[in-house]
Design a protein. Structure first.
Length: 211
């Protein structure tokens, strides 16, 4: 009888140790930001493209938290509203380079995603877009996957640029995408508690059967 009580006591103590040693549960949070630069135009190497009266500004995403997966996100916006009111039809040239930076749950950055500038824009019309390489639309940083899902005109990786006086807000277009994380969350305390208490309960049942 004493041996049975000792076994039961040890089992209960072990369960309590497991519960005490388990860190509190938490949700996975992804924190990311983006930057972008143009290689063409009159002043290449920054986030603003200028050509004649045409101006395109890329507004990257400041550090943003996401904790629901998969989740739709934006990688930033193109804004042509700063173009001159009398901008003639202007052909685009060069490329646009997008990069994703992550600080949580791990720190890292994506390769540079390159899109070519195509088409032409005027102050109130035209057709232009940024075309990303279809093979670069999905990028992984640690256990987090980012994907550009924008597919204007039915073409994966194509982001149409809105003319300066069209749309609401005028001239703004977004690079849409998704983020997903494969990080395994720590189990909830209630789940651990049930598992821990099951051990001594099972031992008590077996000892009762033997007696």
């Amino acid at each position: 009888m004493r041996n049975r009580l000792s076994v039961l006591t040890i089992a209960i103590a072990a369960a309590l140790v497991v519960m005490g040693a388990t860190p509190p549960s938490h949700a996975v949070t992804v924190t990311y930001s983006t930057v972008g630069t143009f290689t063409g135009g009159e002043d290449p190497g920054n986030n603003t493209y200028t050509n004649g009266g045409l101006t395109i500004v890329f507004n990257g995403v400041p550090f943003q938290d996401v904790n629901d997966f998969p989740s739709g996100i934006s990688f930033g916006t193109f804004d042509t509203s700063g173009s001159a009111a009398d901008t003639p039809l202007t052909a685009l040239d060069g490329t646009f380079e997008l990069q994703i930076f992550q600080t949580s749950p791990t720190t890292g950055e994506s390769p540079v995603l390159v899109g070519t500038l195509q088409g032409s824009l005027a102050s109130a019309g035209g057709e232009a877009w940024v075309q990303f390489n279809e093979g670069d639309l999905t990028q992984t940083i640690g256990e987090v996957t980012y994907q550009i899902t924008e597919a204007d005109a039915g073409t994966p990786g194509r982001v149409n640029l809105v003319p300066p006086t069209i749309g609401s807000p005028a001239g703004v277009s977004s690079i849409e995408g998704t983020v997903s994380a494969t990080v395994t969350p720590i189990p909830e305390p209630s789940t651990l508690l049930m598992g821990a208490l099951a051990v001594p309960a099972l031992l008590a049942f077996r000892l009762r059967k033997k007696s």
